[in-house]
Design a protein around this ligand. Structure first.
Ligand code: NAP
Length: 328
């Protein structure tokens, strides 16, 4: 049995499964968090966490200062593929492994991206509101743009970006992409900067990881290059888009519309978005189905169980792959 610390409440399934195999400490239940950490930090071998989960209205960043509270920490297991709330580079320096849950959520998140894309371009949410408001009785809903012949520019053509590209091609869209590297096995047009990609795209879709490197990678210049007929879709993290620049562009019709699943201060949504007709807003539901959340939970548990047995966890993040050969 190893001692696990869960700083934020993951699903009851995860909590129950881990509690039957290991000693699970639930930090949010501690009457005095500071006292708990002072007395138990030395016993904790693994932290089990997830992005965007709040306790008392605060997200729990697993930053260097938090990691350093635990002298015997060996593993940080994340529920989710995005791990920008974890300082994985600092963990690697300390020889601590970080795992995430890739692949099992790719299709679900790509479906959600297509939902945002269809809703933003064809204005389906607005059309439904129009019907519910009784406006159809007086006039038909206005015509919209069409996906046919549009270019979808994908910023971050990874697992999820490729699954979105596959779907978008079936809708008659051409694909272009931008990333830090050109991918030789990919037939789509490659652009070296987000601004060049935006200028070549009708829809710019953000699917790169969050973190300091990509913060505000979509700024006023990129939105300007996307232009008044262009749409922005963000399925990645709120931090990648300069929110003030986006609101400004939408309010002044410098872009045609946006579809957002993620926000910088979730679950708080800037009220300026709520005044806009040309946005589709989802409450971070990218991977949110029973089936996928269960698969994510099972992979999270497998990562922990394999580490607890002294084996290499199956889904180490890039920063951890050189840590002691991925072994405990
Ligand atoms: P992935 O396979 O690692 O793909 C990430 C892609 O981003 C790679 O192609 C990478 O290509 C590119 N990239 C990395 N840094 C970049 C940079 N600085 N500029 C431009 N491109 C960059 O990850 P994934 O599984 O597709 O997941 C992508 C992200 O989606 C996650 O990190 C997560 O935050 C988000 N996500 C959101 C939800 C949701 O519910 N909304 C669900 C799942 C995932 P290069 O290496 O060539 O740059």
């Amino acid at each position: 049995m190893v001692e696990l610390l869960m700083p934020v409440p993951l699903s009851p399934f995860v909590q129950e499964t881990l509690a039957t195999r290991h000693t699970l400490h639930k930090l949010w239940e501690a009457p005095d968090e500071g006292a708990f950490l002072r007395s138990k930090a030395g016993d904790i071998g693994a932290i089990v966490t997830g992005a965007g989960i709040l306790v008392d209205g605060r997200a729990k960043a697993i930053d260097a200062a938090f990691i350093d509270l635990f002298p015997n920490l060996q593993l940080i297991a994340n529920h989710g593929v995005g791990y920008d709330h974890i300082d994985a580079a600092h963990a690697a320096q300390r020889g601590i492994l970080v795992t995430n849950t890739p692949d099992v959520l790719t299709d679900e998140t790509a479906d959600t991206a297509m939902g945002l894309l269809l809703n933003a371009v064809r204005r389906f949410s607005a059309a439904e509101r129009y019907l519910l408001d009784g406006k159809w009785e007086t006039a038909p809903f206005p015509l919209t743009a069409s996906l046919r012949g549009m270019t979808l520019g994908i910023l971050g053509l990874g697992r999820i970006g490729k699954a979105i590209a596959h779907r978008a091609e079936a809708f008659g869209m051409s694909i272009a992409y931008c990333g830090r590297h050109r991918q030789d096995d990919v037939p789509h047009a490659f652009f070296t900067t987000p601004r060049e990609l935006a200028a070549a795209s009708d829809v710019l879709l953000v699917a790169a990881p969050g973190g300091p490197e990509t913060r505000h990678i979509v700024d006023a210049g990129v939105l300007g290059a996307l232009g008044p007929d262009g749409f922005l879709i963000n399925i990645a993290r709120g931090s990648l888009v300069d929110e003030d620049a986006l609101l400004d562009a939408l309010e002044h019709r410098r872009i045609a519309g946006a579809g957002l699943d993620v926000f910088p201060s979730e679950p708080h949504v800037n009220p300026r978005f709520l005044q806009l007709g040309e946005v589709v807003l989802f409450p971070h539901v990218g991977s949110g189905t029973h089936r996928t959340r269960r698969d994510m939970a099972l992979l999270l548990v497998e990562n922990i169980d394999r580490w607890a047995k002294g084996d290499a966890p199956p889904s180490l993040v890039a920063e951890s792959r050189l840590v002691r050969g991925g072994k405990r």
